[in-house]
Design a protein around this ligand. Structure first.
Ligand SMILES: Cc1cc2nc3c(=O)[nH]c(=O)nc-3n(C[C@H](O)[C@H](O)[C@H](O)COP(=O)(O)OP(=O)(O)OC[C@H]3O[C@@H](n4cnc5c(N)ncnc54)[C@H](O)[C@@H]3O)c2cc1C
Length: 389
């Protein structure tokens, strides 16, 4: 059977699993209630070499392939809090890949290396109050002024945004040109004019901070521009592929984990003289969900394999065929995960609706996956275009 994981990946898996189960899971409840896991978690993951496992050594990573990132995405969900998983994945797989791809030596030293070591917290600033799915509609503007850029605008829904040390941020440098007028910048958060206007209260992922950011005449030197003028949208489309792929991996593994702990629950819970997991109806429902989840996993692995060879090994852009497959995977995983979580909650009966059991949180948290990083509808909009429909 095709097996992408080597012994090295398996050692790494054990280390990430221990980290998630022993160092994170015991605090899940406390962090949900406080509304934010501590920044020391970023540092600890950095010390263990988790953030940078799939980055080049010269960028502060360990030089592994993309399957290391997959291992991480599969093991983090054992921390029992999708908010923590999300915050950590934004740090290593959403706000930073574009720096590794495009960054100058100075940008790698100043931003990427400290992010991979966990000393600096990173956020990705794309969405705005009036532009989420339709990124080309962003209104934040970066205007060149001598050797500086001056930024004005607003970002919302920004994960890690309340305590980020820098934001990998997309702004318009040529507002008339829509998608062809966007440029990426690295924006330190301690500059005059930068503020966190509010932290958003969410339905789920409560242990991760999600913020609204305000930029009023924020002046940054030109050396903080990332990549070429007006190419930001194209870079973002590449960055979206890794964001969506790692999202698929971790959301799906969260579903497998929910099937595992729900089955355990059903072994102990007796109704009408029998453990509920022994009822044929439920056994078949579990089987159906395992079949759905395994099929989705096979499809996600196909996407990872394509992504790993095109992007990670060959260092080229992701092909449109792979973009199409990853977009499809995001829709499929969104549906499968929602079905699994809903079934597992139902299986718990009334206890499924009570916070004491992990399924309540897993069910709430999983709902985000059909929205964040591109909604299922937007994915279908792109897939239809790519299918020439
Ligand atoms: C908890 C959380 C964390 C997030 N983290 C980040 C982050 O770190 N950084 C960041 O930049 N963003 C982040 N986001 C933003 C997220 O990516 C956006 O919410 C998402 O892309 C959808 O954009 P929107 O909310 O503006 O919805 P809208 O674009 O307003 O969409 C509203 C509805 O219209 C539908 N729709 C839109 N276009 C089409 C179409 N062409 N065809 C059919 N239907 C369509 C959508 O599917 C949706 O149902 C986060 C969001 C949340 C909730």
């Amino acid at each position: 059977m095709w097996q992408p994981f080597t012994e090295e990946h398996q050692h790494f898996r054990k280390m990430v699993r221990d980290f998630a189960e022993k160092e994170l899971a015991p605090h899940a409840e406390e962090w949900e209630e406080s509304g934010c896991f501590p920044s020391s978690v970023f540092r600890r993951a950095g010390e263990l070499g988790i953030h940078g496992a799939h980055y080049p050594v010269a960028h502060g990573g360990s030089g592994g392939d993309y399957w290391f990132s997959v291992v991480k995405g599969e093991e983090y969900p054992r921390c029992n809090s999708a908010g923590v998983t999300m915050g950590l994945l934004v740090q290593s797989d959403m706000a930073t890949p574009v720096i590794s791809d495009l960054g100058t030596d100075e940008q790698i030293e100043e931003f990427l290396k400290p992010a991979l070591s966990g000393e600096k917290v990173a956020a990705l600033g794309i969405s705005e109050p009036e532009a989420g799915s339709d990124v080309a509609g962003i209104k934040t503007v970066a205007k060149q002024d001598g050797d500086d850029f001056v930024l004005n605008g607003q970002k919302t829904f920004i994960t890690n945004g309340a305590r980020a040390d820098f934001v990998t941020l997309l702004a318009k440098t040529n507002p008339e040109q829509g998608a062809y007028g966007c440029t990426f910048f690295l924006v330190p958060t301690d500059l005059d004019g930068y503020s966190v206007s509010r932290t958003l209260k969410k339905v789920g992922n409560k242990s991760s901070d999600t913020a609204e950011l305000f930029l009023e005449d924020v002046r940054i030197p030109k050396r903080y521009q990332l990549g070429e003028d007006n190419q930001g949208f194209m870079y973002l489309m590449q960055n979206f592929q890794t964001e969506r792929l790692i999202g698929c991996v971790s959301a799906l593994q969260g579903a497998f984990y929910a099937l595992e702990f729900s089955a355990d629950y059903g072994r102990d819970r007796v109704a009408f003289g029998k453990p509920i997991i022994k009822r044929e109806l439920w056994r078949h429902r579990f089987v159906d969900m395992h079949i759905r989840a395994e099929s989705a996993k096979a499809f996600v692995y196909k996407c990872v394999d394509a992504y790993n060879s095109e992007r990670h090994v060959d260092k080229g852009p992701v092909s449109m065929e792979t973009v199409k497959l990853i977009s499809m995977a995001k829709v499929l995983v969104g549906d499968v995960v929602s079905e699994v979580m809903d079934m597992c909650l139902q299986f718990h009966g009334g206890w499924g609706y009570i916070e004491e059991y992990p399924i309540a949180r897993a069910w709430r948290d999983a709902r985000l996956f059909r929205i964040g990083g591109g909604t299922s509808e937007t994915m279908k909009y792109y897939i239809a275009k790519l299918l020439n429909l």
